[in-house]
Design a protein. Structure first.
Lengths: 111, 114
């Protein structure tokens, strides 16, 4: 079963705009990770945020984590057409090594 | 390029058949993970091996099995194939056992069962 649920399922924005994707999960976690997948290709790790962290930045990416609400958000600033991809959150549950992925948000950035 | 290789890229076979998917992890990575991605189920964790030993099991069917060899490459065996087994199968690797680690994904094997 899916631990993480991304919202929205699909998002279409103009180049230069910011894109925000949300992820909600159900159980206690060690960390939450965001991955990106270009159509039909392998996933690429973007960022990891640990359960004791609230915010993390990497380049144009900003991730927040609210463990009280069991939710996370991924913000991509100044989007580019090359950011067009599906974005997945993955949670590592407390006491487990495995990752559980959500169904993803499909982001389209229009030039 | 993640450094994880998977073969073959595409596989077309018939129901009832058996196939083997192969994965070579990044150099130095001890853990290998297998995932299945389908439109209806999303990305599902199947199984993890760490340094040759099974470490964690997910939603892996009894018709499926995997192993990790002494050189750390891994194979996923799918038998008595059904139409519903058609999916993208990904292998990923990480340096250690997996807790708090980045997983590096291969390009996947696209399996089509006719």
């Amino acid at each position: 079963s899916q631990q993480g649920e991304e919202d929205p399922q699909a998002l279409s924005i103009q180049e230069g705009e910011n894109a925000t994707m949300n992820c909600s999960y159900k159980t206690s976690i060690n960390n939450l990770q965001w991955y990106r997948q270009n159509s039909g290709r392998g996933l690429v790790h973007l960022i990891l945020i640990r359960s004791n962290e609230r915010e993390k930045h990497s380049g144009r990416l900003r991730v927040t984590l609210d463990t009280s609400k069991k939710s996370s958000s991924l913000l991509i600033t100044a989007s580019r057409a090359a950011d067009t991809a599906s974005y997945f959150c993955a949670t590592e549950r407390a006491g487990s090594y495995q990752l559980t992925f959500g169904k993803g948000t499909k982001l389209s950035v229009i030039p | 390029d993640s450094g994880v290789t998977q073969t073959p890229k595409h596989l077309i076979t018939a129901t009832g058949q058996r196939v083997t998917l192969r994965c070579s992890p990044r150099s130095g990575d001890l853990s290998v993970y297998w995932y299945q991605q389908s439109l209806d189920q999303g990305l599902q964790f199947l199984i993890q091996y760490y340094n040759g030993e099974e470490r964690a099991k997910g939603n892996i069917l009894e018709r499926f099995s995997a192993q990790q060899f002494p050189d750390l490459h891994s194979e996923l065996n799918l038998s008595s194939l059904e139409l519903g087994d058609s999916a993208l199968y990904f292998c990923a690797s990480s340096v250690d056992e997996g807790a708090g680690e980045t997983q590096y994904f291969g390009p996947g094997t696209r399996l089509l069962v006719l």
